[in-house]
Ligand binder design. Structure first.
Ligand SMILES: Nc1ncnc2c1ncn2[C@@H]1O[C@H](COP(=O)(O)OP(=O)(O)OP(=O)(O)O)[C@@H](O)[C@H]1O
Ligand SMILES: [Mg+2]
Length: 496
């Protein structure tokens, strides 16, 4: 029967357990999975641990395997250890077998599964389309001699209504999504209502949440709409018998509201409305979103301004006769355009890092456009991946790469009609290496980087060794010129 199943302790995920140990499948499996995805309020309402068990395949009614477990956030757990994957037999827990045979709820004292402790256990049959598909056990330490308060009595009563729904096959709901991590819990605030939205009970935390919204009416016995808590989704839930979730804003307070109807057969007999004050959470969401959008907008404007400046320089160049002055203006225009490219990329992505490889390609285009001679054709290739860089590193680096490519175009291929420029990007854990190689004439005699006084290489040196704390090597290879730029980079910080 084991079908080559892995050893038990290796099998702990819901899917694996179901596949290897049980015969659950199809819609019944989906029902059971939905139960384990939405049953947290039941544990809280019953102040108990809940275990979900299904019969071990081939041993129906004799052995059961624990598929899922949930602890109460309102009370003490019986099972601080993980019980998922544990197999229970009929000697240990004869009531499981009984419920599996009779399909009726049973409550009894017994021994805890993991320890010698005595616990009280309620076994609830899980029904799907009139077929018994699994069992839920509610396990708790009995309170001897203490009289439960109103909150406790109300919650336990609501829990028993849910238990009957589980047995009748109406809980979990067909249309319900897995509960979000942020969904309101019973402890956040719970309001128990009748079918006509009349408040039967509001927990102290729920009352506080309503106060923050400006609702001060004594709610008990009144309809939700009468106290000013009018939620269309709560009304729809109670009308249609399906759960809902909604944010309600009032008085600068945002409440997340989850309504779960209580059914008797098909009839809605009431519901529980869980409320959580998410004002701070939502405000933070909004701020994060607008901070991001603002930064992008600023980059967009900076890019536009730089392009305007570049265009002005171009206009000015057309009015100048002196060749040297024209060249100077053309170069300034190109340098400004290379910075604009970085801001354009930053304006597209969220966050303050850019994928530098994406910047290299438009930079190549800027340089390509500057090749004015029809007699020279230069082929550019880009290889490797630079990874992400913070904007303050990407901007100077874009200027550096631009200068190096421009030098190849300007100086390497004199007297030739074709040339190749190759850019290689290597991202290492703590540095980025950029290699710009051409297959041109090589460097002039007696050339040294230290003594180079041209503006281009002066800018490169100032940015790489000055601003970025990196190094540059430049040498003639015999087949052209090769420049290596290394800059230290730390992993970009991810802002939350
Ligand atoms: N890839 C290359 N191939 C051949 N010579 C080069 C190469 N790169 C640089 N050089 C030489 O180094 C010199 C200095 O370059 P630099 O970029 O500093 O100034 P420039 O290009 O002459 O002027 P500018 O960049 O200000 O327009 C160049 O004049 C050229 O002689
Ligand atoms: Mg130059």
């Amino acid at each position: 029967m084991d079908r080559g199943a892995p050893t038990l302790d290796a099998v702990t995920t819901f899917g694996d357990l179901v596949r290897w140990r049980t015969s659950l499948s199809g819609a019944a499996l989906a029902h059971v999975r939905r139960l384990a995805g939405t049953w947290r309020p039941l544990a809280d309402l019953s102040f108990s641990d809940l275990l979900l068990l299904a019969p071990v395949e081939g041993e129906e009614g004799h052995r059961f395997v624990v598929l899922a477990q949930v602890r109460p956030t309102t009370g003490q757990t019986v099972y601080p250890v993980d019980m998922v994957g544990t197999v229970v037999d009929e000697v240990e827990r004869p009531m499981l077998t009984r419920v599996w045979r009779l399909g009726e709820m049973v409550e009894t004292d017994t021994q805890a599964l993991s320890a010698k402790e005595r616990v009280r256990v309620q076994v609830i049959p899980v029904t799907y389309r009139e077929r018994l598909v699994a069992l839920v056990t509610r396990e708790y330490l009995p309170n001897v001699g203490r009289r439960p308060g109103e909150l406790e009595r109300t919650y336990l009563d609501v829990f028993q209504r849910f238990a009957r729904m589980v047995a009748a096959g109406t809980f979990p709901f067909e249309r319900d999504e897995e509960e979000l991590e942020t969904a309101p819990r019973v402890g956040d605030g719970a309001i128990v209502v009748d079918a006509d939205t009349r408040v039967r009970f509001a927990s102290p935390n729920a009352v506080s949440a309503l106060h923050r919204m400006g609702i001060h009416a004594y709610a008990q016995g009144m309809k939700l709409a009468e106290i000013g808590f009018d939620s269309a989704s709560v009304r729809a839930s109670l009308r249609d018998g399906s759960p809902s979730m909604e944010d309600i804003d009032r008085n600068d307070v945002t409440l997340m509201v989850r309504a779960i109807p209580l059914l008797d057969g098909d009839a809605v007999t009431g519901g529980i409305v869980l409320v959580r004050d998410v004002t701070d959470l939502r405000r933070r969401d909004r701020m994060l979103m607008s901070k991001d959008a603002t930064i992008r907008e600023i980059h967009h404007r900076v890019k536009n301004n730089l392009q305007t400046i570049a265009s002005l320089l171009r206009l000015q160049r057309r009015r100048v006769d002196n060749a040297e002055a024209r060249d100077a203006l053309a170069e300034s225009e190109r340098r400004i355009r290379s910075i604009a490219i970085v801001h354009e990329t930053l304006s597209r992505d969220a966050g303050d890092v850019v994928d530098f490889t994406e910047i290299v390609r438009p930079l190549v285009r800027v340089v390509e456009e500057s090749v004015s001679s029809d007699d020279l054709s230069i082929h550019f290739t880009v290889e490797g991946d630079a990874g992400e860089l913070p904007g303050e590193v990407a901007t100077p680096l874009a200027v550096v790469v631009n200068e190096l490519m421009q030098n190849a175009v300007d100086h390497a291929f004199e007297g030739r009609d074709t040339g190749q420029v190759h850019v290689r990007l290597v991202r290492e854990p703590d540095q980025l290496v950029i290699e710009v190689r051409d297959n041109g004439n090589g460097l002039p005699e007696h050339f040294t980087l230290e003594d180079a006084t041209g503006l281009g290489l002066s800018i490169v040196k100032a940015l790489v060794s000055g601003e970025l704390g990196g190094t540059i090597e430049m040498r003639a290879t015999g087949e052209g010129t090769e420049v290596h730029v290394r800059v230290p980079v730390v992993q970009p910080r991810v802002d939350v």
